[in-house]
Design a protein around this ligand. Structure first.
Ligand code: FRU
Length: 494
């Protein structure tokens, strides 16, 4: 009976998508190569997995309009991580544990079990006594049509955890046992709770993997946990921590006790639009993460949902990034090498000097492009280097590399008449010979990587097509730029 309801709700969602997808396709702000929904609202990446020869993206989706509501799981597959084929909606609200207009099928993950694709997600409902979040299972033989497990929910909120702050299960398998890390809140502090199971269906609480001591918010959303070389990494998005949106911890883990002891902490991305990243493994063993290019209302940078809802959509994913461990156990986040297949119209300059006059740089059409360069710090005496992106008329987004004060900033206050704020991070260049800068620009976003892919800023910018100029200049001296390269980026979605 309820399987029928889920099927009906998926049909309804599909009908809506079919009737509006061409309008969304024609949207002016639509991305060229960042993954976005066919119609409606998208937030977290869910269930990322390489399964039976294809990459799968599932995602938090409201297919009906460009605002958050009534969560479904959208679904798309790809062979190269760049070109995506949309599949029918995978999960729709239909059961008493997940059917609510301000709830639904919340975030979760995917794993192969028994030759089938299993999804574990958070069912969110409210029957008049507040929101209740429980962990639920759905599975599929063909990787397209899913059935919700009749024994759902498989995990209920434990003692001491508010029933509306228990969500986002991420599952993995180790030595024949299934493990799951879930976001929670206890005594107003964020936690990552660890569960285990021998059959994917019956789960027991194992330990508190890690928790905030007050420094990282009251709730941890979308935790993820994985091994990287001989270390373990925990990532999460804290609620109530304004500027911190995607924290990583690196340390050691003991499968006997379920305890994680971390020594290093950092931020995956300091920009205003990077949240809830989830990881997966490629067949060649790379650990890739994908984040949602946006932020929530409780964050310091939040303005409103953005201008694109008028075009019938809102939100997209950041570019997939490869996670690498550095010798000091901090992490790097590199845009995946698959992006190279989108390159066209290469331009390069071996070296040039930047002074206090603007120099115009060329990269693709100035809207959808990739750009790389190195500032030779031994040949640089300037206080600061600035690059204006998406300039036109009075509008521009400025990247500031302030050598004097050791800070990197992206200024959105003049970007598009809508965006606001400055994202910033520490630029620690002592003893370094060069500063590497790598920029990806798309119709509605800028992703800027610097200093060994450890200083990353994802910022959405809703600039018109007349904003296509790129300018570079220095203050207080000269900067020598080496190995300048730029490319246009081919369309993936239009
Ligand atoms: C994170 C989040 C998750 C939740 C989902 C709901 O962005 O708030 O914690 O499962 O979005 O759409």
């Amino acid at each position: 009976m309820s399987e029928k309801l889920m099927h009906e709700n998926i049909q309804k969602a599909q009908k809506e998508i079919e009737s509006k997808k061409e309008i969304v396709k024609a949207g002016q702000m639509r991305q060229h190569y960042h993954f976005m929904p066919q119609t409606g609202w998208i937030n977290d990446p869910n269930g990322l997995i390489y399964y039976k020869g294809k990459y799968h993206y599932f995602y938090q989706l409201n297919p009906y309009y460009g605002h958050w509501d009534y969560m479904h799981w959208g679904h798309a597959v790809s062979s190269d991580l760049m070109h995506w084929e949309y599949l029918p909606v995978a999960l729709a609200p239909s059961e008493e544990y997940d059917d609510h207009m301000r709830g639904g099928c919340f975030s979760g993950s995917a794993i192969e079990h028994d030759g089938k694709l299993f999804l574990m997600y958070t069912g969110t409902s409210n029957h008049g006594e507040g929101y209740v979040q429980t962990q639920c299972i759905a599975y599929s033989g063909d990787g397209i049509n899913f059935t919700k497990y009749e024994g759902n929910p498989v995990i209920c909120p434990p003692e001491g955890v508010p029933s509306d702050l228990f969500r986002d299960p991420k599952v993995w398998k180790h030595n024949g046992t299934y493990y799951m890390v879930c976001g929670a809140s206890r005594n107003k502090r964020g936690q990552a709770l660890l569960y285990r199971s021998s059959d994917m269906l019956h789960w027991e609480f194992f330990n508190v993997l890690a928790e905030s001591r007050g420094e990282w918010g009251y709730m941890w959303e979308c935790p993820d946990f994985y091994q990287l070389e001989d270390k373990y990494v925990l990532t999460f998005s804290p609620m109530g921590e304004s500027d911190r949106k995607a924290v990583y911890l690196v340390g050691d883990f003991d499968y006997d006790t379920g305890k994680f002891s971390w020594q290093i902490s950092g931020e995956i991305d300091w920009g205003m639009d990077y949240y809830a990243p989830q990881s997966f493994l490629t067949p060649d063993g790379r650990r890739i993460i994908v984040g949602w290019a946006n932020e929530w209302q409780w964050m310091s940078f939040w303005k409103d949902w953005g201008p694109t809802y008028r075009e019938g959509w809102c939100g997209f994913f950041n570019l997939p990034r490869e996670v690498r461990l550095m010798p000091d156990h901090t992490l790097q986040f590199l845009p995946v090498e698959e992006l190279n297949i989108l390159r066209e119209n290469k331009q390069s300059i071996r070296e040039f000097t930047v002074r206090d006059q603007n120099i115009e740089l060329k990269a693709g059409d100035g809207i959808s492009f990739e750009m790389k360069m190195k500032a030779d710090l031994e040949q640089t005496d300037a206080d600061r280097l600035e690059i204006d992106l998406r300039c036109g008329g009075e509008k521009k987004t400025t990247c500031i590399f302030d050598f004097k004060h050791g800070i990197m900033k992206i200024d959105r206050n003049h970007s598009d008449g809508w965006s606001k704020g400055i994202s910033y991070s520490t630029l620690f260049l002592k003893g370094k010979k060069e500063l590497d800068i790598h920029i990806f620009s798309d119709q509605s976003s800028l992703e800027i990587f610097a200093d060994n892919y450890q200083n990353n800023h994802a910022n959405n910018v809703f600039a018109g097509d007349n904003q296509n100029q790129i300018l570079i200049r220095a203050y207080g001296g000269d900067v020598l730029i080496r190995d300048y390269e730029s490319y246009g980026m081919k369309e993936c979605f239009r």
